[in-house]
Write a protein that binds this ligand. Structure first.
Ligand code: FAD
Length: 106
């Protein structure tokens, strides 16, 4: 199976990048599609225990697909949930756009 850390870092990069290019005011179809995408992402994510936790998180915290900012913050919360589980520092979600839209070097 793929390395959980390598897979994770690339996957978060993809997910946050998707949020950063999601429309600021998505129409109903875009919102439905995004919910579907996240659900399917949880179905097919190739680390089964990660996928299970992510799906559980989504069941308790419905994806906020109303605006680009709400989606970005929701994803940041989802990522922070994993950070907490792994003992990694919590990321300041006010900075999600600066990190993933404007971009900064680590
Ligand atoms: P990552 O956590 O991959 O983060 C990459 C970069 O994103 C960071 O350097 C930082 O700049 C930025 N960042 C950090 N936190 C946030 C945030 N909250 N919002 C926005 N940007 C942020 N690993 C496990 O061992 N067990 C699991 O159960 C597990 N579940 C996962 C579930 C999903 C859906 C995904 C995508 C990954 C999961 N992972 C899991 C992998 C784990 O989250 C990390 O990706 C992996 O440990 C590599 O960590 P990293 O230190 O390279 O940084």
């Amino acid at each position: 199976p793929p390395d959980v850390e390598v897979l994770g870092k690339s996957s978060w990069t993809l997910l946050h990048a998707i949020a950063a290019t999601y429309p600021e005011t998505p129409d109903d179809k875009k919102q439905r599609d995004m919910k579907q995408f996240l659900k399917l992402f949880g179905n097919f994510y190739p680390c089964w225990f990660c996928a299970e936790d992510f799906t559980r998180f989504m069941a308790k915290n419905e994806p906020k697909v109303e605006t680009q900012d709400s989606l970005g913050r929701w994803l940041c919360d989802a990522h922070n949930e994993v950070n907490a589980k792994l003992g990694k520092p919590k990321f300041d979600c006010n900075l999600w756009k600066r990190r993933w839209k404007d971009g900064w070097e680590e």
